[in-house]
Design a protein around this ligand. Sequence first.
Ligand code: NAP
Length: 252
Amino acid sequence: MSPPPIVLITGASRGIGAATARLAAARGWAVAVNYQQRRDAADALVHEIQCAGGEAMAVQGDVGDEAQVVAMYEAMDRHWGRPLAVLVNNAGVVDRPSQVADMSAARLERMFRVNVLGSFYCAREAVRRMSTARGGQGGSIVNVSSAAALLGAAHQYVDYAAAKGAVDVMTRGLAKEVAAEGIRVNAVRPGLIETEIHASGGLPDRVRELQHQVPMQRGGSADEVAEAILWLMSPASSYTTASFTEVSGGRH
Ligand code: NAP
């Protein structure tokens, strides 16, 4: 029997990444759980997956730091000894609500470093390993964008929305660039999803306060996003690339 295919999920210590890791493990994937700070949460998730009979490892690394991303992939190469099949570019950050007129250079730098450069660094390392033109076996990349890329997030975080817009363009361009090398690249655009990201931006009640804008009149769960990611990861979506899946209850 062939060993389970490996998926690296960035930012998997909580929220959408953790839900995706749980679902992937339950469906037979070996999961690399990336985290930046919350080692306890990542270790607990790995333990949970292993206790259920699955394969998992925790890998620390700031996706916005090129050297840390390279080291993270090298650690995975050593640990698994077989190639990565899927990257889920999920790690992402928001900041406090602000007008563009008040945004500092430090804020803008972090927003684009983590959300955009982080996605590029991780995708670059994945393509180097997956590309059939480089001796790899092909694979799939799923980028976690945001409905904000379409809506613009005025008065809250236009910088975040613009960073996700860059992720969308990367999805489209990279998908076409590597389609003939056995790699599919797709994105999901979640809407208002119940996770800690809103509290990290100083708006813990954001989903409840904005859910009246959602055609379905509710926020979504991390599990609902994970289902879409799992489909895009898997061979079930084998003829789908350069695509975008809205997971937003119609708010996009
Ligand atoms: P979350 O609950 O705040 O979790 C964020 C995760 O990203 C954590 O695991 C965190 O690790 C990790 N992380 C943050 N900065 C990182 C870095 N520099 N390097 C590596 N990991 C880092 O967020 P979420 O709501 O699940 O969001 C996941 C993705 O969905 C993000 O890309 C977000 O933009 C997108 N999204 C979310 C929503 C929503 O409503 N929730 C809507 C649209 C799009 P630590 O725990 O170690 O800090």
